[in-house]
Design a protein around this ligand. Structure first.
Ligand code: ATP
Ligand code: MG
Length: 656
């Protein structure tokens, strides 16, 4: 049956129309944020279907599976063709689909399983231990997690693990050879267990195509049209896949180099350059109109890009077509708490003006920045949804840390005890339970305090040998907490725990421990709001469990909290970008290292999510409970012409 007519001319501008109706052949659409790149791809699919292309001859590659689903739903609306007939998804999901079918040709059984990050790391760790028993225990050697990242980076950039390791550890003799060896063993172990990590999915797909050209040909012939969104953030491995599948140059890619924010995962602007080399005669389309944002927001965004050092990227000044609106607001506030209060206050106003909560998004650089806001929202029963990432209080390190406080205030709490003791090597839930029972019985028998027994030699003997080194420091922290419990305020107790065992533990375990340390430090200020430990603990439990009680329907009309990375491609009528202080955004590390360009692009991505209203909030103080630090406004805002925004004095001026 014929498809419902679509007036492509009316739905698209000339530049978009040209791309949508382009003859088969390679094409590259390079255009700024909100110019309709994603829309162009969506209409391209609908157009091809109108031209008689079969649904299963089209492949759509996107950055998230959700993005693919939304685009194909739109295609379904436009054409009536059910989205399940089309191939769309991330590189990983497409690779997975093909490998399930042909993986056996390269030694992958049909039932292979996919590892998550932590499972993959633990296999690597086992491989390291098997090859070199002393490696992990030796101080200054990179941790398994760091090595896993290194290996992954090398693979995603199609480089060699050996070279990458030699690059990163030039002064450690023989280190590169060692790491390359770990990598080999790691690969072998996974194959033996018939498990694959994310990078394997992509590498195995290429291997399959390389070793079985007839399979490659099948897909090269089958996909008459390959469409790629967010091309600027594909890495070398992914672009190899595009190039292999697009053997007939039947590929259209869209992207914006100014929005490249995944270089840390191997994304590389060179891919855009290589595209024209690999697919000679590629048609280049540019779109210069922005349909998303008000002219005011767009002028601000253009200024952000103008602050880039000359010569970086394509020059893309965007033209606004939307009605004039309000200038972006720059809002200095006392601290993170003031920030949260301002947002809530503004939110109430917005709802009164007739906005839905789902019209609004709060964006931030790192998850911990949203902690105060999450608290206020919870307290006031305002629904919010966090895009990916765990809610602040549900994060493992927050729960591990606060379990110590829970336990100190109630030593009968076995699960709190197990939560932190099982962090020690060779201590599992069973051992933890046994230890707890032993200590309890011993304390009763000797008529001693539970925590004094906890620190005794008798108990140490019961602790598995591998955990004995760390045990005394852990036990001592708990003992101090218990003794301070009745005398000290909650924030002092949190500080006491921070000075104890757990902080040195995370240093050993997590390569990115500083972020976690920041999270934990922010708990001191959080605790300062409670008079007693009981109140604090009750609140923590509430905050950590609350998301489980929501049904998906509840989540429809709710505020969106998200990192900027996760907000790629999305748009909202009202956007708050929080934490605009030097050291927070841009991050301190990037300032110190003079490595600001990716941060700046990230800021550009953030502000270009907004359609009508944009609030940039700046906490003037970093309030850590016991310690207050003054912060400067973000240089990214200072670089913008002051006439482009309005400063809103929401907080009463106060001297410090
Ligand atoms: P990003 O770089 O952020 O991914 P994008 O270039 O993919 O942005 P889209 O999300 O496709 O931009 O479009 C931005 C907004 O503008 C969407 O709401 C889209 O529907 C609208 N839009 C794009 N082109 C047109 C047009 N020709 N007419 C009306 N609306 C349009
Ligand atoms: Mg897009």
């Amino acid at each position: 049956s014929p498809l419902p007519p679509i007036d492509f001319r009316a739905e698209l501008n000339d530049e978009q129309y040209a791309a949508v109706t382009a003859e088969p052949g390679p094409a590259l659409v390079l255009a700024g944020a909100g110019s309709g790149k994603t829309r162009t791809l969506t209409y391209r699919v609908a157009y091809l279907l109108h031209q008689g292309v079969q649904p299963n001859e089209i492949l759509l590659l996107t950055f998230t599976n959700k993005a693919a689903r939304e685009m194909l739903e739109r295609v379904e609306d436009l054409t009536g063709i059910p989205r399940r007939y089309l191939w769309g998804g991330t590189f990983h999901s497409i690779a997975q689909r093909i490998l399930r079918q042909h993986g056996e040709l390269i030694g992958l059984k049909r039932h292979y399983t996919i590892l998550d990050e932590s499972e993959a790391e633990s296999i690597l760790k086992t491989a390291i231990q098997a090859r070199d028993a002393k490696f992990i225990k030796t101080k200054n050697n990179p941790k398994p997690k760091v090595l896993h990242n290194l290996i992954s980076y090398a693979r995603n950039t199609c480089g060699s693990v050996h070279d990458e390791a030699a690059d990163r550890y030039p002064f450690l003799d023989g280190m590169a050879d060692k790491i390359a060896g770990f990598h080999q063993d790691y690969q072998k172990a996974k194959l033996e267990q018939q498990v694959v990590d994310y990078d394997d999915l992509l590498e195995y797909l290429l291997k399959l195509f390389r070793e079985h050209p007839e399979v490659a040909r099948q897909y090269q012939d089958r996909f008459k049209h390959i469409l790629v969104d967010e091309f600027q953030d594909t890495n070398r491995l992914q672009s190899e896949i595009v190039d292999t599948l697009a053997a007939h140059h039947q590929v259209m890619a869209v992207g914006d180099d100014a929005q490249c924010i995944y270089t840390w995962r191997g994304a590389n602007f060179d891919n855009i350059m290589r595209f024209s080399e690999r697919h000679e005669g590629a048609e280049l389309h540019k779109i210069e109109t922005n349909y998303r944002s008000s002219p005011e927001i767009l002028s601000f965004a253009n200024d952000v890009l103008r602050a880039q050092p000359a010569g970086l990227g394509y020059n893309k000044e965007l033209r606004a077509v939307n009605d004039s609106g309000e200038k972006p607001y720059f809002v200095p506030l006392m601290d993170a708490r003031g920030q949260a209060q301002f947002i809530i206050q503004r939110l109430e106003g917005l709802v009164e003006e007739g906005r839905d909560l789902s019209d609004v998004a709060v964006l931030y650089r790192a998850h911990y920045q949203a902690m105060d806001l999450q608290m206020e929202l919870t307290r006031r029963n305002i629904d919010y949804q966090i895009t990916s990432g765990v809610r602040f209080f549900e994060q493992a390190h927050i729960k591990d840390f606060t379990a110590q406080l829970r336990f100190a205030s109630n030593p009968a709490d076995v699960s709190a005890f197990a939560r932190f003791t099982t962090l020690l090597p060779k201590v599992g839930p069973k051992t933890a339970e046994k230890l707890h029972k032993f200590i309890r019985e011993r304390a009763e028998k000797l008529e001693q305090n539970f925590v004094d027994v906890l620190c005794s030699e008798d108990v140490l003997k019961k602790v598995p040998a591998d955990a004995r080194e760390e045990w005394p420091s852990l036990a001592e922290t708990i003992r101090e907490l218990v003794h301070a419990l009745s005398e000290q305020a909650p924030q002092d107790l949190v500080q006491l725990a921070l000075d104890g065992w757990y902080s040195s533990y995370i240093r050993e375990i997590y390569p990115n421990w500083t972020e976690r340390a920041d999270d934990l430090q922010s708990l001191v200020a959080f605790a300062a709001r409670y008079d007693t430990m009981e109140e604090l603990l009750a609140q923590l439990v509430l905050l950590a469990s609350e998301s489980n009680e929501r049904s998906p329907e509840d989540l429809k009309n709710c505020l969106r909290l998200t990192t900027i990375h996760q907000a790629k491609g999305l748009e909202f009528p009202v956007v708050f970008v929080i934490g605009l202080a030097d050291g927070t955004f841009p991050l301190k590390r990037t300032i110190d290292e003079g490595d600001l360009e990716e941060e700046r692009r990230l800021f550009y991505v953030a502000v270009t999510r907004a359609k009508e209203e944009l609030y940039l909030t700046y906490p003037m103080l970093n309030n850590q409970g016991n310690q207050v630090m003054r912060l400067n406004p973000s240089r990214f805002v200072r670089e913008v012409d002051p006439s482009r925004f309005e400063t809103l004095r929401a907080a009463p001026a106060r001297s410090w």
